[in-house]
Design a protein around this ligand. Structure first.
Ligand code: SF4
Length: 180
């Protein structure tokens, strides 16, 4: 427990707005959420190792997450000015959030802990993903997708006691780092 409190401090030092440790977290991978991963509704479908079909079936994802003993839910909460630059700003905020998550995961791995990061916006480890031409370059650092795992982010935030909404002018980028 003491080490997890240290991780929370580390997450906040890295710039996350909020970080909550959930011991014993068992994520439920829901097919009805995974069904939104399809070529008609997402341009990322079939383009990376973290989207279907590269990430494996929903059953494989479920089995993978059950191998972890808990998780830390982190959020980057930002105010977005309601002007024309909104969408470009959202992209850069998401990238900052994911860079922070990658640094957080690397920091915990450096202590010998096995972690699995789940986020939105894809894996940012490489400039471009090798899928489907070649194997993943860094399977140990890969950043998995909450949507591909069928995770209900609203429910996850509720479990962590965190706010999550689509309020105009505020974005809640959320990720989960599973700990073995
Ligand atoms: S580590 Fe690189 S090759 Fe592997 S999923 Fe991420 S971007 Fe793709």
């Amino acid at each position: 427990m003491a080490s997890c409190e240290r991780y929370i401090v580390a997450a906040l030092e890295l710039g996350f707005s909020r970080a909550v440790f959930l011991p014993g977290l068992k994520l439920c991978c829901r097919p009805e959420i995974r069904m939104y991963c399809n070529p008609e509704q997402c341009q990322n479908y079939g383009t990376t190792w973290v989207c279907p079909p590269g990430c494996g079936s929903i059953e494989e994802c479920q089995e993978r997450v059950l191998g972890y003993r808990g998780g830390i839910v982190v959020q980057t909460v930002s105010k977005i000015p309601l002007n024309d630059g909104k969408w470009g700003r959202l992209g850069s905020l998401q990238r900052e959030h994911n860079s922070r998550l990658l640094a957080f995961a690397d920091r915990i791995r450096a202590e010998g802990c096995v972690v699995l990061p789940l986020t939105t916006g894809g894996c940012i480890v490489c400039e471009s993903c090798t899928f489907p031409q070649g194997p993943c370059r860094k399977p140990g650092r890969r950043m998995h997708a909450l949507s591909a795992y069928g995770i209900n982010v609203g429910d996850l935030c509720k479990q962590a006691g965190l706010e999550y909404s689509f309020t105009e002018g505020i974005v809640y980028y959320t990720a989960c780092l599973l700990l073995e």
